[in-house]
Ligand binder design. Structure first.
Ligand SMILES: C[S@@+](CC[C@H](N)C(=O)[O-])C[C@H]1O[C@@H](n2cnc3c(N)ncnc32)[C@H](O)[C@@H]1O
Length: 271
């Protein structure tokens, strides 16, 4: 919708008027009225979204990205597709696993996943980890995952409060993975998570987090996080930023992390 509205704004008003006249002639008044309603409502929705972003910034509101909102959304999500509705293509998912997940998550390590949902990435993490602990605010997701991985002895699932990990011991985790989760978490809760990672990840351990790159301006109900802010939070909590990945090449193909200008930040714990 954003693209459509942005492209449309490049067409001059005189051309738009001419297109409407042509449409009246070729398609008649009924179809042309629907077209006008569609144009008008999509412009209004884009305008409302940008106003929401500005208002939220000005008044420091959580938008849809508080723990309570996230709980309400994801607890009641229809998980029958296992979260694969967010998989851009089979090639994209396989390539992301090869080029990002397997590159940074340590084989035979103790891995933490934040927000497994229905276990879209958990499957791969469970196979490579010596021990995997996955934590979600949604008791329903935890139940789905517990059933799905019932036969696996190296994995535990916990419900948490959306920003703290009191049941995980200090310096006990080698790697942290989270995809399609931090894009929806507001800055204050992300900061609290990073503080927790500082406590639980061993020195030299790795954290790979998928998050918003430009605040919530790009659509997709992204949180108010930016790439720069994420770096600041990480560096002030004892992490070095190893990479910030927005796209990658795999043979002849090029893939994007997400549709909404997202990024995967890879951190290493240095102190
Ligand atoms: C869009 S789904 C993604 C699920 C899975 N990671 C995937 O990619 O298929 C977001 C998930 O993150 C969980 N979540 C949202 N906010 C969270 C938070 N603050 N802490 C832990 N989990 C959270 C939701 O309950 C949901 O399972």
């Amino acid at each position: 919708m954003k693209d459509i509205v942005a492209n449309r704004s490049k067409v001059k008003l005189s051309h738009k008027a001419r297109l409407i006249l042509l449409s009246l002639r070729e398609n008649g008044p009924v179809w042309t009225t629907y077209l006008l309603i569609y144009y008008l409502s999509s412009s209004i929705s884009e305008w409302a979204y940008s106003q929401m972003s500005l208002f939220r910034k000005k008044h420091n509101l959580p938008g849809l990205n508080s723990t309570t909102m996230n709980y309400e959304i994801w607890r009641n999500w229809d998980w029958r597709n296992g979260g694969e509705e967010w998989t851009q293509s089979t090639e994209w998912k396989e390539s992301l696993i090869r080029n990002i997940l397997l590159r940074y998550m340590k084989t035979d390590g103790r891995i933490l996943e934040i927000g497994p949902g229905a276990g879209r990435w958990t499957e791969t993490l469970q196979k490579i980890a010596s021990y995997l602990i996955a934590v979600d605010i949604s008791d329903r997701c935890v139940e789905i995952c517990r059933n799905k991985f019932a036969g696996c002895s190296n994995v535990d699932f916990f419900v948490n409060n959306g920003s703290e990990l009191p049941f995980i011991a200090d310096n006990s985790i080698d790697c942290v993975w989270s995809f399609d989760v931090f894009v929806h978490i507001n800055v204050a809760e992300v900061t609290q998570y990073i503080k927790e990672f500082q406590r639980i990840v061993r020195t030299g351990g790795c954290v790979a987090i998928h998050h918003a790159q430009k605040g919530d301006v790009a659509g997709g109900w992204r949180s108010n996080m930016t790439s720069e802010l994420f770096v600041d939070i990480a560096e002030s909590n004892g992490f070095k930023v190893v990479a910030q990945i927005t796209r990658w090449r795999d043979g002849q193909q090029e893939f994007e992390v997400g549709k909404y200008n997202d990024v995967v930040s890879v951190l290493e714990k240095v102190s």
